[in-house]
Design a binder for this molecule. Structure first.
Ligand code: IMP
Ligand code: MG
Length: 180
């Protein structure tokens, strides 16, 4: 697996350090909240989510959603399909959406609209990675792990064709992996 990686962008240690910082920021910002709910967007967020929830030293609850974009022609409309909805009611709750990466922003802008309609007390976004160059829809990401250029990355939960999610670091694939 590692021989298909051209370059490591963020090592395990770098990620761990940044996760600690994000966790402390969220713990501090929500110190007065009694109903913090972290919502993970499957599947890419799985690894980050597990680390993030343990980095937030506060009472909290978790829930997950699974969504997928419609085909290429409709992704531009930002319509996403809900494969698994939340189990929890979020009315009046302090919600933080945890994401792996914000790319075009279409997925998250749709999700934010959907969740706002359910009237949480507050709604913020925490994303491990942010690719602002690719943005088509504005999204307000309050907590960002790392801002990266327009490059396709894998590892630490992120996949290429469902593979590489279990790499402990974030890396850039060799071009031959795409062209094969
Ligand atoms: P968008 O912001 O709606 O374009 O979509 C974000 C989703 O696209 C993420 O949750 C990932 O699943 C996927 N994605 C975008 N960029 C990358 C990448 O560089 N590596 C792996 N997945 C990516
Ligand atoms: Mg995702």
């Amino acid at each position: 697996m590692h021989d298909m990686i051209e370059r490591v962008l963020f090592s395990e240690e770098q990620i761990a350090q940044r996760v600690r910082e994000l966790g402390q920021a969220i713990a501090c910002d929500y110190a007065d909240s009694s109903n913090l709910l972290l919502i993970g967007v499957l599947r890419g967020v799985a690894v980050f989510f597990g680390d993030m929830m343990r980095a937030i030293d506060r009472p909290l609850e978790i829930d997950f959603m699974s969504i997928s974009s419609y085909g290429a022609s409709t992704t531009s409309s930002g319509v996403v399909r809900i494969l698994k909805d939340l189990d929890e009611n979020i009315i009046g709750r302090d919600v933080v959406i945890i994401e792996d990466i914000v790319d075009t922003g279409l997925t998250l802008s749709y999700l934010v609209k959907l969740l706002r309609d359910r009237r949480p007390a507050s709604l913020e976004i925490c994303s491990l990675l942010n690719k602002p160059e690719r943005r088509k829809e504005p999204v307000d990401v309050k907590y960002v792990g790392f801002t990266i250029p327009d490059q396709f990355v894998v590892g630490y939960g992120l996949d290429y064709a469902q593979k590489f999610r279990n790499l402990p670091y974030i890396g850039i694939l060799k071009p031959e992996v795409y062209t094969k």
